[in-house]
Ligand binder design. Sequence first.
Ligand code: GLN
Length: 542
Amino acid sequence: MTKFIFVTGGVMSGIGKGVTAASIGKILQVRGFKVTAAKIDPYLNVDAGTMNPIIHGEVFVTEDGGEIDMDIGTYERFLDINIPKDHNMTTGQVYLSVIDRERRGDFLGRCVQIIPHITDEIKQRIVQIATRNSSDVALIEIGGTVGDIESLPYLEAARQMKLEQGYENVLYVHVTLVPVLDVVGEQKTKPTQHSVQELRRIGIQPDIIVARSQKPLLAEPKKKIALFCNVEEKAVFTSPDIQTVYETPLVLDRQNLGEYLTERLKLSRRKANWTDWEKTVNSFTNPRHEIRIAMCGKYTELADSYVSVNEALRHAAAFCNSKLSIDWIETEVLEDDASALQTLSKFDGVLVPGGFGSRGTEGKIKAINYARLRDMPYLGICLGFQLATVEFARSIGLQDANSTEIDPDATYPVIDIMPEQKRVEYKGATMRLGAHEITISPGTIAEKLYRTRRIYERHRHRYEVNPGYLDQLTKAGAVFSARNTEGTRMEILELPDKYFYFATQFHGEFKSRPNRPSPPYYGFIKACLDKKLGMPKPQFWA
Ligand code: GLN
């Protein structure tokens, strides 16, 4: 029998509900329970693929090609599992299938309504997610904040599930914020009280409250939360700001969250084995070196739009005992300001991440050119791979080489739309997506980094290296060291005579884990560190 843990959020968004939910998963996983996780997004989009990452955060790509909410990435990193795309449920998906069945005639004679038809569909999907994997525990995070109109059907479904599945099989965790007023320095619990009142009005009495705050929750506010929110005091947990998010499971379990969960859900009592996780956390908290990376993109694409890239860099830095600082360089500025380009010299490495559209691309090409000519470690991801190819082509005389995404009339279209993409009319879920098999050539840096010649990495793109220019590019020294199995699609570009110059068509960041960095990211960070320490060409995994 699978146990269901519903995680809701109160007071405001962006307080780390996903990290809390993933930490609960970890707490159960280190006790030997099989855990899975799902995220509900109450918006009408069918998936996150068509949304702007600047507003909604990164679009995470799953192994099975889903373009989904970035919180699923948090679950994958914490729990070290691959989560299928249908674990990200949206209102768009739910309504689409109910309306489709109505048209088919499945409900003939009846009036189709939110309760029970939409709520039944939600419950059925939740049960399917949990049972298909025969998980001991399924974490179900409900996006948004309690009180939103959009999330009402999901809360109603979660409420019904306790009646149907039984008291000891369903548990509700509410994550809230406890702000501190500067003037008096007091931890204020009123917003939490209100948000729990809102939940109880819908019929959900939370079992556990996790209070996010700058500092640990003091005894008095904790008592108050217990009293006013109608929970036991030992069920109020504090989650203060900490150095690395990966420490959160430890912080919560030290307050006996694991014991409380297993008792309440009548799970067998098992000893937690934190050894590996503690080792991982230590690698993040005790750095010996420091590395500075220039992330060259569009200025507005901040923090959340590249979560997985940032995390992959941090995993690699921790692995190399290094502290990492990432500076955003606005590439539009590099386009006509030569002195701005010079600022790149103070960094240990240059990274151009994935992206879409033409704005800022000439600046990105300038940054790539700067890194290549000065032999600075370079890592290119997806668009950063395509533009590295463009920059190289221009350097060997194909003067206005470009990607047709940027200049449809380029004389030398070295990056071009994939033939099968030309027929695509619908924008949703039609890119080349998800994990594809890749074959690495022997004797290359790619082989040294991956230590195998067959890999599976995740993709999200419509354009690729134009095979018509392969001969010219490779004769001039570009090495496409990995390709798809048929050998027709270029997956990795490396310049072997450089200190470290590596670019991938795929997104290694989606498979990076805190204790197992993605090989390209590891290679890049190791090269940045070795170069900074004045070492000869980097030795990997030594
Ligand atoms: N815009 C490019 C393409 O569609 C790169 C995509 C990306 O960087 N994810 O191929």
